[in-house]
Ligand binder design. Sequence first.
Ligand SMILES: [Zn+2]
Length: 273
Amino acid sequence: MPLDQPYPDLDEFLSAIGEAGQRLAHINASEGGAGNISIFIGWPLEVRRRFPLAEPFALPSPAPSLAGGLVIVTGSGRRLRDIHMRPEANLGVVAIGPDGQSATLYSAPSRLFQRVTSEFNSHLAVHQDEVARTGTNFQALIHAQPPHLVYLSHIPAYRDQAYFNRQIMRWEPETIVNLPKGVGVLPYCLPGSSAMMEANVAGLRAHNVVLWGKHGVMARSDRSMRSCGPSTWIRRWRRGGGRLCHPLHFFVVGSGSEAARPHNSRHGGVAPE
Ligand SMILES: [Zn+2]
């Protein structure tokens, strides 16, 4: 579902990424430098006032469907919780060339990273695949490490897709409303590898959230940052004397334009806060 005009401006995107990073930190899904975020923007957007430094950038794989578009992405090792304070220091902008083979990385003098995230290949491949299949002009991807989900993925029974989904739907039945396609469950793959990238692309074709075994999750949305991110929907319910957090801290909801205008409720966005 493409975003409609008037499109959000760069500041709105930077603050939405910062907001998502803070939220991930609040739910302990991005400890240290864990996790990364990218958004694809498929219309002309001037970024050089905020990101004036330009250098050639080698794409990990061709991205013909993204030609002429931008991917704003987190820098390697940067903490997601810090983005909102200094977005230019923590983010880079990869401008895909008209041939879909070459690219330019735009960054700021305050840049605090050497390279963009080491999982950029997985981000780029999902953007390429989604835009090629659907023609969308926007997509947000968040990779994070929600501890309960990662913990469950270490238990062999939960690495079975049907079992995993049955259990989390029974834990919290509303999950089916937010994730009608369920969660894709992937085996462990070496982070940053081609196997990880390929499994992730296939998983996100069928699901909006995939669990990377023993590693983390990736969530996608072509509607908003917020709809792709974790919400405040961290359900707790009592089991005996203890409290158990629902493992699925990550889900996908939201109405389209709430994304485009993160701080404007005139469209009546439904994402829980
Ligand atoms: Zn990772």
